[in-house]
Write a new protein. Sequence first.
Length: 227
Amino acid sequence: MSTWANLGLQDSASPLMEQLIFFHDHALLILVMITVLVGYLMFMLFFNSYVNRFLLHGQLIEMIWTILPAIILFFIAFPSLRLLYLLDEINEPSVTLKSIGHQWYWSYEYSDFNDIEFDSYMIPTNQLSNDGFRLLDVDNRIVLPMNSQIRILVTAADVIHSWTVPALGVKVDGTPGRLNQTNFFINRPGLFYGQCSEICGANHSFMPIVIESVPVNYFIKWISSNM
Ligand code: CUA
């Protein structure tokens, strides 16, 4: 989860988020190089001695400073497209979780296992335990197995919501009348926090997501105790 003064991305807990962070760093590096170059050129304008004040055209330099930026943009566009298609890949999921957005809570269905379903509400600050995270903890957590491909189906019952868990690199809109799909792979145990990220009404900020990532045998135990 994000903690105090964390201005960057959260640590990744899935291969897709790892790729997203790599792409972010790659794009940022190109951005910094462009900013430094343009900054240097603009700064040097202060010391311009106007030696070329009669210059009216220069075909070659025009060609260079048109084509060069276009080539640089390809170095962002191709990795970006690669990642876009990688995020959409479905790799034979072993568990499917359906999450439905409501104003203002999430409800979940494990349709693989004899219809386990429950609502997940934020715990209000006045009921929070001392080790709880304010505005982030819920009464019923999602339990999912680590090291497994997980499919998530997202929809909504009233308005558009967005099921977003930064550490896993997942952000899918839940739209009434539609069923969106994505998948992820959690590569360590722990708690992963998320929030709705589609402005969905007065209590938009208060419908967090908590995933409890556990080893597969713990997950089977949890499933069988709930069936
Ligand atoms: Cu649901 Cu914002």
